[in-house]
Design a protein around this ligand. Structure first.
Ligand SMILES: [Zn+2]
Ligand SMILES: [Zn+2]
Length: 95
């Protein structure tokens, strides 16, 4: 079930050992944008869907467009924001 630890099933819930690097695979997260619960497919996933992820990153979502490159778009948005911070001589944590 998990390659990185011995999981235990407690009350039907999969529990990984503390510090297991793969624990996120069974972790239920709340979408940062719409608050919906979801199981992440990617360790750094913050939103339940690509459209939420894009809204969260401030990328306009056009449903008719093909978003195969959504990761790339998100990356670009993060980069652009980092550039903006850099140009203002601010770190991501200093608003
Ligand atoms: Zn585990
Ligand atoms: Zn969402």
């Amino acid at each position: 079930m998990c390659d990185s630890c011995n999981v235990m099933i407690i009350n039907g819930v999969v529990c990984h050992e503390a510090g297991c690097p793969d624990a996120w695979r069974d972790e239920e997260r709340e979408c940062q944008w719409c608050g919906q619960k979801f199981i992440p497919e990617d360790k750094h996933q913050r939103c339940c869907s690509e459209s939420c992820e894009m809204d969260y990153q401030g990328i306009p979502y056009e449903p008719e467009e093909d978003y195969e490159d959504v990761d790339l778009l998100v990356e670009k948005a993060i980069e652009a924001r980092n550039d903006e911070w850099a140009s203002r001589n601010m770190g991501p944590n200093e608003y």
